[in-house]
Write a protein that binds this ligand. Structure first.
Ligand code: ZN
Ligand code: ZN
Length: 488
């Protein structure tokens, strides 16, 4: 017995009753008896698996019966209904905007072969070296929870040979990514992104389209100060000259660089330019600018991009420090910054990665794309809006069994016609039913007690104005629809 964790039982395919038999003698630690009880109890809770407590721990068998509460994993968060409603509305706006620009949704697995990310993101990056959730599955395959989306979108495009029918494709995908970064406020280990990619177009207009789309989306979400920062990373023809010039420049400043940057000199020196350590920023203040090294084609590409942004009246900033380290990134790189949450920072980033298809074993097809940090975007939108959930349009306060039996079909009919109506499925007093309606934030309450049943007329009360109108119980659903429709 070595590690904590679940192990596949020696005899598979048996029900929970096989658990006790599954505990092999060689699997027991010196705390035999308690372990047996502990393991057997947990096995019953999860048939087909048995729990192996960590070496040297004396299991507390009481925890099996007196359950301790289980909390979520550090760095993972729940999106509760109030927030989820906001997320839905952001997703809705995003899919409308992306759809209008011709992007179609692609849905991909969150689990991929580790090799995909090792090859696309690069072995010598923090993400691949330290931050990926990687594990070996039962058949010995090395798998990783995706730390980003682009590699998987490219993988799918290549795997299904979509390029053979039509290389020009525009995709978007929304979903969770996983990185084991140091937890800090607003940063999660399961975080969400909206990704958009354009495949098969090398033109700078494709990059501009991505930037316009981001600015438009952010504007619609109430972010009015979105500012694109742009840069050109050159291409495999012109970048080596810049790299050499940068390394020459850094040679005299070695002692001022942080340990990470010293390592980056070997792996991807461009990343030294965006190191956040103050010493490194100071040391690279007068570093050569990549823009001075661009070849004629890269120069023209970058000029057209700027011209198109100017023509659209989008104010942007050329940022020489905006870099990406890997060879398959080329030409345009950009970030969208906002100061909506105080200090200015990026809410989205992207750029061109013309060399990635080839790196992943595909044909030489240009590509460009972006990722929006959904968690941060939601934070920004929430700061402007609040996350209140609207209440039901009507709450039916039915007092007594007869009223309940009569009202329940109305509730179902309203719900099925798309109207959010609610009621309490318990015979409670009028006071407590009104309290419930108030708590839910219901706009109106239909009251049906003994008197109302006798008169065959309910009372519809407006929760804001306190006004009441009679509602014929024979035509309750129609009348409710009319009253609720009247104020939208
Ligand atoms: Zn070039
Ligand atoms: Zn550094």
């Amino acid at each position: 017995m070595s590690n904590a964790g679940c192990r596949q039982p020696a005899r598979r395919g048996k029900g929970p009753e096989a658990c006790d038999a599954d505990i092999q003698v060689d699997d027991r630690c010196p705390d035999t008896i308690e372990i047996t009880i502990f393991v057997a109890a947990l096995c019953r809770a999860r048939p087909g698996w048995r729990r192996v407590p960590p070496l040297g721990t004396k299991p507390d068998t009481r925890t099996v019966t007196a359950m301790t509460s289980i909390r979520s994993i550090k760095g993972f968060k729940d999106i509760l209904p109030g927030e989820a409603a906001l997320w839905q509305s952001i997703e809705k706006t995003a899919t409308e905007v992306l759809g209008a620009f011709g992007f179609r949704e692609i849905r991909l697995p969150i689990l991929e072969k580790t090799e995909l990310f090792a090859r696309s993101i690069g072995e010598a990056t923090d993400i691949v070296e330290k931050e990926m959730y990687t594990f070996t599955d039962r058949s010995g395959d090395l798998l990783t929870l995706r730390p980003e989306a682009t590699a998987a979108v490219v993988r799918a495009y290549l795997q299904h040979k979509i390029y053979a029918q039509d290389p020009v494709q525009k995709y978007y995908t929304i979903g969770p990514m996983f990185r084991r970064e140091r937890p800090q406020k607003g940063r999660y280990r399961q975080f969400y992104q909206i990704n958009a990619e354009i495949f098969g177009v090398g033109s700078p207009y494709a990059d501009v389209q991505l930037i316009v789309m981001l600015v438009d989306l952010l504007e619609r979400l109430g972010v009015t100060d979105a500012q694109p920062h742009v840069n050109s990373l050159g291409c495999p023809a012109c970048r080596p000259d810049f790299r050499r010039a940068l390394l020459d420049f850094l040679a005299a400043r070695e002692e001022r660089l942080c340990a990470d940057c010293l390592r980056r000199r070997e792996t991807n020196p461009l990343r030294i330019l965006d190191c956040k350590v103050p010493g490194c920023r100071e040391a690279t203040r007068d570093a050569p600018a990549l823009s001075r090294f661009l070849c004629a084609e890269c120069r023209s590409h970058f000029d057209i991009l700027q011209g198109a942004l100017d023509a659209l009246g989008i104010a942007y900033l050329i940022d020489n420090r905006l870099v990406r380290g890997l060879d398959y990134y080329s030409r345009t790189t950009f970030e969208i910054q906002t100061s909506a949450l105080g200090a200015q920072s990026a809410v989205a980033g992207g750029g061109r990665y013309d060399g990635l298809m080839k790196t992943l074993g595909g044909p030489d097809i240009p590509a460009t794309g972006f990722a929006i940090g959904f968690d941060r975007l939601a934070e920004i939108v929430a700061a402007g809006k609040g996350t209140e959930i609207p209440g039901p349009l009507v709450f039916i306060a039915a007092l007594g069994a007869e009223a309940q039996a009569r009202a329940f079909p109305w509730l179902a009919a309203l719900n099925r016609s798309g109207i959010w109506a609610d009621m309490l499925f318990e015979d409670k007093s009028l006071k407590s039913q009104m309290k419930r309606a108030g708590k839910l934030g219901a706009r109106k309450v239909l009251i049906i007690g003994e008197n109302e049943l006798a008169a065959n007329t309910g009372q519809l009360r407006d929760m804001t104005t306190r006004e009441q109108v009679p509602v014929s119980l024979d035509r309750a659903v129609e009348e409710l629809r009319r009253h609720l429709g009247a104020d939208g």
